[in-house]
Design a protein. Structure first.
Lengths: 305, 86
């Protein structure tokens, strides 16, 4: 049965282009609207599987429509399409969406996301929320009593040179008082996908030097039956910033780690001098927060992974 | 008269129409290329169209980046809603 899609944008040309393309695919029934009120009527009249939603609309703005969709139509997937100079990003984040695209949008990426959302390759944001909420319930007590718990996670670091990976691995495996981490390091994500899958990581740290292969790798990870809880980009912002910026704008986590000298080793930094210390501290802090967020914790004194 | 804010917004929308329009057309050309038994001369032309569409997308992205930079610089000194210096 075809999926019902609604495309909402005040630029009629855009709704026409997208509408015509998706109509050529037999698996979609396409509706379009260039006005908030018309869009709301269609939302009420039709059973929609997906809405492509622009934020700046006449009569009823996109944020209001997003709130209605999330509240009254939780099964409907929403892709937010918005401009760079958006001044209510925080509000949109709070309401929630399944994907966000900053204009100008690359059609190929948008089409892939539509396909992935409608074929169920990406879990519904509402489902993801429920799952994290149930974890949160279990971990509320832990969070209140954070000092009595330690992070516990399986981490994969993907870094072509391996300098930060080795440093982090050594640091994590030695400094067990800060958490129980099982760390594996690979020079490439795509090339070692089967090994990474076997390791079953909770968190993946991905060096931006390898950003060219990231989309393919991330897509394949998302298709796994047990994908990692979080993928975090890291690396020197001087490298490949354009591609990284594009991902960050779409909500990817990124930790800038300014220095990554090829000969950086823990033994060379016995006192954890800057910036090695800073790099490790930044990564450790984010990993710790991610662990608590996803309930990847264990009581102090209990065995780690 | 439209505000500076609206001008930038409209410009961004136009860039978006170009990237989405070219992308959708490129995708359709790709599907045409998958048709069996196409004459070689036609295949060549379609490949050329695809390449040129890719170039337009790339240039539009670049143009948008420059527009974003201009936007940021203008917003530093001009109140975008009043259209006057801050």
């Amino acid at each position: 049965m075809p999926n019902n899609i609604l495309i909402i944008d005040d630029e009629v040309e855009l709704t026409q282009i997208l509408g015509e393309y998706f109509r050529t695919k037999k698996r979609y029934n396409v509706f379009t609207a260039s006005d908030g009120k018309v869009a709301l009527n269609l939302i009420r009249e039709q059973t929609l599987e997906l809405v492509l939603l622009d934020m700046k609309l006449p009569s009823v703005n996109g944020l209001e429509i997003l709130k209605i969709l999330r509240k009254d139509y939780p099964n409907c997937r929403v892709i937010v399409m918005t401009a760079y100079d958006i001044d209510y990003k925080k509000e949109i984040d709070l309401v929630g969406y399944d994907a966000l695209f900053i204009k100008p949008i690359l059609f190929e990426e948008l089409k892939d996301k539509v396909d992935a959302l409608l074929t169920g390759r990406i879990p519904k944001q509402s489902e993801a929320k429920t799952s994290s909420q149930s974890i949160s319930k279990e971990t509320i007590a832990l969070l209140k009593d954070r000092e009595n718990f330690l992070p516990k996670a399986r981490i994969v670091i993907i870094e072509i040179r391996g300098n930060i990976a080795m440093l982090l691995k050594e640091c994590f495996e030695r400094a067990v008082s800060d958490g129980y981490y099982n760390v594996a390091y690979f020079k490439s994500g795509s090339l070692f996908l089967s090994e990474i899958t076997k390791f079953n990581p909770d968190i993946i740290l991905y060096d931006i030097v390898e950003i060219g292969n990231f989309s393919d790798f991330a897509q394949r990870l998302m298709n796994l039956s047990n994908p990692p809880k979080e993928i975090i980009l890291f690396g020197d912002p001087k490298f490949k910033w354009e591609e990284v910026d594009l991902l960050v704008r779409k909500g990817m986590s990124y930790i800038p780690t300014p220095l990554s000298s090829p000969d950086m080793q823990l033994s060379k930094y016995p006192e954890f001098e800057l910036p090695a210390k800073e790099t490790i501290e930044r990564l450790s802090a984010v990993i710790k927060d991610v662990c608590f967020k996803h309930g990847l914790v264990t009581k102090k004194g209990e065995k780690g992974p | 008269m439209v505000t500076i804010c609206e001008l930038f917004h409209n410009l961004g929308n136009k860039h978006n129409i170009v990237t989405v329009g070219c992308g959708a057309t490129k995708e359709m050309v790709e599907e045409c290329l998958e048709t069996e038994g196409l004459p070689e001369a036609l295949k060549e032309k379609l490949n050329e169209i695809q390449k040129n569409l890719g170039e337009i997308i790339k240039s539009t992205k670049e143009a948008d980046k420059i527009a974003t930079e201009i936007h940021d610089r203008v917003y530093e000194v001009i109140d975008p809603d009043k259209g006057k210096p801050k």
